[in-house]
Design a protein around this ligand. Sequence first.
Ligand code: SF4
Ligand code: SF4
Length: 147
Amino acid sequence: MKRVYPKEEVCMACRLCEIACIVEHSEYKDIFWAFRSEKPRQLPKTKVEELGPLSFSANCRHCKEPACIEACITGALYRTDEEHPVLIDKDRCVACWMCIMACPYGSINRDERNGTRHSTKCDLCPDKEIPACVKACPNRALIYEER
Ligand code: SF4
Ligand code: SF4
């Protein structure tokens, strides 16, 4: 399956990937409404990490043997088969954060908006042919391909 891979040597830490992710997962998929009206605002499912001059967008790799699924005590993290993305059923998540500790890529985040508590992660934008973060990156620092 195709996955999103970062190229840290050309990432500028502009965070447009995070913005595109927020918009894509918002109710109206519109930047104005996503940032000014939707409450609470969506969280980005990818996060740009910076260390000195280096930066990269920490996307889920939808691993062949996902440590997050292995670590999840309730079955909230799942995938139908190896050709499909690793997803989360937030209603089954009990916010133990084991998946966050297990993920070697730092690709799962806490969602504690509006008093709810569950993990959140990349779903590879099911409504799009190319994930929104990849399309938004102005410097081709995110590659969507099969390796
Ligand atoms: S949009 Fe591209 S260049 Fe900008 S922070 Fe994200 S990965 Fe880096
Ligand atoms: S969340 Fe982490 S462990 Fe789970 S599939 Fe994605 S990269 Fe792999």
